[in-house]
Design a protein around this ligand. Structure first.
Ligand code: PHE
Length: 455
């Protein structure tokens, strides 16, 4: 590891792969399609895309600029830039949010492991009807043991990589696997679109029906944009802190954001055509992807092998995201509390696994977790909404206020342009960070509290 015990990416390509590894994960392939399905399709997708462009990219750049300048975890970064103020709590919220997301994300990641196993044993490749597929899914997630064991396995994998440190662990895993995933997704999208009735799914995704828009849909789109880009909790501050001063950071940030969004759209182009082709309801909730995908494998030549490769890569994509979630929390304990990396990774991994238990058991195994405190949604869904939508959106809002009004755009630009590469359209960046993002996100959050449409 370079520079005084802190890791550094081996270069721009290393950073892009690692940051894309963080951004690309279950958020794109699991969360995006089912959230789009729950929120009526096209209109949600359009608002999501708008948020990626006008809020997502400016926030990516803001977080990266803080990270590269301070070379610290989120809490340390705010302490350094605004000493003696309460801004450090924003970093603290980010660390907490990373913990909160990891605790339910690892449950879903555990499901992917089970599907990988199912593909290896031939259970998944041979599924042809939606009912059969749904039965397999329900049996898997509603058990009392399997979801817990799978969550534990996934958490252990994450801890093992994070323990190893930045350049050795994270980079190596992403270099070959991300591009392979991309190629497989393209093949699957082509197969899915050309299924009988497939074009209906494309239309569902891309022809917006604005009567479906509501404040809930808009928040879901905002939360999804932040979640998918790993924003609003300091993951990009942390990853930016390992970015060498000699490389073009703005360009790398924009590439990561566009790459991530492209993958989400590809996932949509896989799920929705297949869904219309086999007659599954788009509003199927978190199980949507798991139920729909097997029907595509059955339609591909060597589908069984393809399924194995796909679930393997999906698990890896999830792993490169859980690594970044754990890394934020670990970096905090290492930088601020002086813990050894090993100890931090293991302790936090265990604590997070314990907090993941109620989510793992909320899919039917334990009644009061399944309809949590009369909310009508599962404990897992609630965590997803609290951390994934509210906390990340609030985090992004405060971050924009910090960069736009406290630290200042000129300082952010100095950091972003440290390598001498200019940020194109810096006036646009400034306008978004100072005005558009805070006002837009602020209005959404206030409106939700006012109308009490929390989920
Ligand atoms: N962006 C990741 C995904 O889409 C999830 C994530 C969110 C990772 C926030 C880090 C921080 O799967």
């Amino acid at each position: 590891m370079a520079t005084a015990g802190r890791g550094q990416w081996s270069g721009k390509a290393g950073f892009i792969l690692a940051a894309a590894g963080s951004a690309i994960g279950l958020g794109n392939i699991w969360r995006f399609p089912y959230t789009a399905g729950e929120n009526g399709g096209g209109a949600f997708v359009l608002v999501y895309l708008l948020f990626v462009l006008v809020i997502g990219i400016p926030v990516v750049l803001s977080e990266l600029s803080i990270g590269r300048f301070t070379k610290l975890n989120p809490v340390g970064a705010f302490k350094k830039l605004a000493p003696g103020t309460n801004w450090k709590w924003l970093g603290g919220l980010g660390v907490l949010t990373g913990f909160g997301i990891l605790a339910f994300y690892s449950v879903i990641a555990g499901w992917t492991l089970s599907y990988l196993w199912g593909a290896i044993t031939g259970h998944i490749g041979g599924v042809t009807t939606a009912a059969e597929s749904e039965a397999i899914f329900t049996t898997l997630i509603s058990g009392s043991y399997m979801p817990v064991i799978l969550t534990a396995i996934f958490m252990i994998l994450t801890v093992v990589v994070v323990r190893g440190g930045v350049s050795e662990g994270i980079e190596r895993a992403t270099k070959i696997l991300m591009p392979t995933l991309l190629v497989m997704l393209v093949i699957m999208a082509i197969r899915s679109i050309t299924l009988p009735g497939g074009m209906e799914g494309v239309a569902y995704l891309f022809s917006p029906d604005f009567s479906k828009l509501s404040v809930g849909v808009v928040l879901a789109a905002l939360g999804q944009a932040m979640f998918s880009l790993s924003l609003g909790m300091g993951a990009m501050i942390t990853y930016g802190s390992y970015f060498p001063d000699s490389e073009n950071l703005p360009q790398a940030g924009v590439i990561v954001a566009l790459f991530d969004t492209g993958i989400a759209f590809l996932a949509g182009l896989i799920i929705f055509p297949a869904l219309f082709s086999v007659g599954v309801d788009p509003n199927g909730g978190p199980g949507l992807v798991f139920v729909v995908l097997p029907s595509i494998f059955a339609q591909l030549p060597a589908g069984g092998l393809f399924a194995i490769a796909f679930y393997f890569l999906l698990a890896i994509a999830a792993l490169t995201s859980t690594i970044s979630l754990l890394e934020v929390v670990v970096a905090y304990f290492v930088d601020e509390k002086g813990w050894a990396r090993q100890r931090a990774a293991i302790t936090i991994g265990i604590a997070c696994f314990l907090f993941a238990l109620p989510s793992a058991l909320s899919q039917g195994a334990v009644g009061w977790l399944t309809d949590f405190l009369g909310t009508g949604i599962t404990f897992l869904d609630l965590q997803n909404i609290i951390w994934g939508n509210y906390s990340l959106s609030f985090g992004a809002l405060m971050l924009c206020i910090f960069v736009g009004w406290k630290w200042g755009i000129p300082a952010a630009l100095v950091s972003l342009e440290a390598s001498g590469h200019k940020l194109p359209a810096s006036a646009f960046f400034s306008a978004m960070v100072r005005f558009v993002c805070p006002v837009a996100v602020g209005i959404i959050l206030i409106y939700i509290m006012w109308t009490q449409q929390y989920f």
